[in-house]
Design a protein around this ligand. Sequence first.
Ligand SMILES: NC(=O)c1ccc[n+]([C@@H]2O[C@H](COP(=O)([O-])OP(=O)(O)OC[C@H]3O[C@@H](n4cnc5c(N)ncnc54)[C@H](O)[C@@H]3O)[C@@H](O)[C@H]2O)c1
Length: 233
Amino acid sequence: MNRFDFAGRTAVVTGGAQGIGAAIAKRLQASGAKVAIWDLEGSPRVDVADQTSIESAVKRSMAELGRIDVLINNAGIAGPSMPVVEYPVSEWQRVIDIDLNGPFLCCRAVVPHMVKAGYGRIVNIASIAGKEGNPNAAAYAAAKGGLIAFTKALGKELAQSGVLVNCVTPAAAQTAILEQVTAEFAKYMLSKIPMGRFVKVEEIAALVCWLASEECSFSTGAVFDISGVRATY
Ligand SMILES: NC(=O)c1ccc[n+]([C@@H]2O[C@H](COP(=O)([O-])OP(=O)(O)OC[C@H]3O[C@@H](n4cnc5c(N)ncnc54)[C@H](O)[C@@H]3O)[C@@H](O)[C@H]2O)c1
């Protein structure tokens, strides 16, 4: 495993208590970064869909870490698998609140600190679903498609600030999120990945950590595919 240079750097990973976020946090730490995890499962509990919770988390992390060099917007849920016409409005709202509004609230609160410091790396964890549109997962696909567009917009806004904003679009990984969808749906997603296997969380962490590093210096507002030869749903 290559070691990225995060000596003296600090990072926030949302949803870092398990799955992809935990793999990213582990690799950042192994590369020298000090990492704060913002998660519903953490202590104190942080809810990315709640503006007050995020504002308190920023204050706490700024006090503990001194600054925030890296923000990984990873917290997310899949929501139920069902057709649009049956999709409960409250579930639609919950998926959009966590998967799209969450990254907006986190960026809104963290970016001013990064701009003031003249340095920052933001990586949003989108999904191939946001490019392709998953049947029976319209809320998730819409939220992730929105996150891709949000990444491009914010990347342009911050182009000359020293703060770079990118997103990754993984295919399906075997994490707890798959327990939220039916076994049939998980099988369907796997069948659509040309490499014929799930992406490993460590593979996603490797790409994300490079995008979060100082070495990534001329890519922003961009979308990085990690889908085993472009999964097509
Ligand atoms: N696993 C996949 O197949 C896959 C593929 C592409 C993209 N993604 C995306 O990767 C990210 C991580 O997914 P994962 O597979 O590791 O899922 P996971 O369910 O294993 O982990 C998600 C984490 O987010 C946290 N979380 C959920 N809602 C939150 C909230 N409101 N506030 C704070 N934390 C919250 C959970 O407590 C959990 O620790 C998600 O954004 C997901 O959409 C996953």
